[in-house]
Design a protein around this ligand. Structure first.
Ligand code: BTN
Length: 248
């Protein structure tokens, strides 16, 4: 028994929880389980990750017992060409769930979640040939962060201790609802993302390996791409692993 057992009965079908004290990375472990034939909906939560990973190879810091680190195994019915939409969709599910505790959670394209301009959650999406692993890290009750990290937590922002199990349930309920709509109804998902899109009308830099482009962020296009106004001309920036959006 642990705190997550309380919410297990309320998980929507097909989601179910597998809890571990310590793993290298929940994404890595869940990919192994997926390769061994595990079915859709498995959620691997770990109290501690020895090699938790972020996007672009960054390390992921997660306060033991305070943070929430988990990965969700999906086998989307949508055609593979639409799987890239899951990163944005997961960002929306997380942002909406966090708004049960804080007034507004913004999405920094493609899928960082910010509260008061500080990072509160990160998402790492990795796909195999027949499955997708959504890795989600959330600062729930973390009060202290390593120097130089522009981060916050639900506990800090709300002034209350927040139940990690409730946060998990709220995210999974939303994911369950959105995942089947990425092909047929992405428009309604985009609506939620646009309402929460961070840095709109701000000057930003798009950084990628050895390259950078300045412009004004104008919003999100119909395919989930970023609309960057470069000297009056809209350029469409599509998701790529190495891309990094920075406010100037
Ligand atoms: C990012 O912001 O760069 C993404 C961070 C993703 C972190 C989560 S924690 C659970 C899962 N396991 C990992 O190794 N990474 C993701």
């Amino acid at each position: 028994m642990n705190e997550f057992s309380e919410v297990a009965p309320f998980m929507p079908d097909p989601f179910r929880i597998l809890w571990r004290e310590k793993v290298s990375s929940t994404n890595d472990e869940l990919q192994k389980l997926a390769e061994s034939g595990m079915g859709e909906g498995l959620i691997l939560i770990s109290e501690e990750q020895t090699a938790g990973r972020g996007r672009r190879g960054a390390e992921w810091f997660c306060g033991k017992g305070d943070g929430l680190a988990f990965s969700v195994l999906l086998k989307p019915v949508a055609a593979k060409a639409f799987w890239y939409r899951l990163a944005l969709t997961a960002g929306l599910a997380v942002a909406e769930a966090l708004e049960s505790y804080v007034p507004l959670a913004e999405i920094k394209w493609p899928n960082d979640v910010l509260v008061n301009n500080k990072k509160i959650a990160g998402i790492l999406v990795e796909a195999g040939s027949s499955y997708v692993v959504l890795g989600i890290g959330i600062n729930v009750n973390t009060m202290n962060f390593p120097d130089g990290l522009n981060a916050t937590s639900l506990g800090k922002e709300s002034g209350n201790q927040v139940s990690r199990a409730d946060v998990l349930l709220k995210i999974v309920q939303r994911l369950g609802n959105y995942v089947n709509r990425i092909e047929s109804d992405f428009e309604s998902i985009l609506e939620g993302i646009r309402e929460r899109c961070a840095m709109v009308d701000c000057e930003v830099t798009m950084k990628s390996a050895g390259n950078q482009k300045n412009g004004i962020l104008r919003g999100i296009g119909n395919e989930g791409e970023l609309l960057l106004d470069v000297k009056g001309k809209i350029e469409r920036i599509y998701q790529a692993d190495e891309l990094r959006l920075v406010e100037i």
